[in-house]
Design a protein. Structure first.
Length: 105
């Protein structure tokens, strides 16, 4: 199964994209939506992932979650929003740059 991670247009640079494909997706302490996360994830560096993207602006990376440690992958139980978080670094061998995809994929 694939999940998606988007780098926002204002953060997209050649260097950022190369770092992701070289070093993986690096986690950050949650700031936005922090209090909406389960308590045990509020102070843990995470990477946000989604089952689909509603917009295609920015650069979208797909992540093959079959290659990830399932104990670190958490589906969030939010109404009508298909968000997941991963604790720790997502290795580069699980990541691919998605070609321009249709809205809502």
């Amino acid at each position: 199964m694939k999940l998606f991670h988007k780098v926002l247009p204002e953060r997209v640079t050649k260097e950022v994209c190369q770092n992701i494909t070289t070093y993986g997706l690096l986690p950050q302490l949650p700031s936005e939506y922090r209090t909406s996360l389960p308590t045990h994830l509020q102070e843990v560096p995470i990477v946000w992932l989604s089952e689909k993207m509603n917009t295609i602006d920015g650069v979208i990376f797909s992540v093959d979650i079959d290659k990830l440690n399932k104990e670190k992958l958490h589906k969030l139980d939010w109404d009508e929003v298909s968000w997941w978080v991963y604790e720790g670094v997502i290795p580069p061998d699980t990541i691919a740059v998605e070609p321009l995809i249709e809205e809502g994929v």
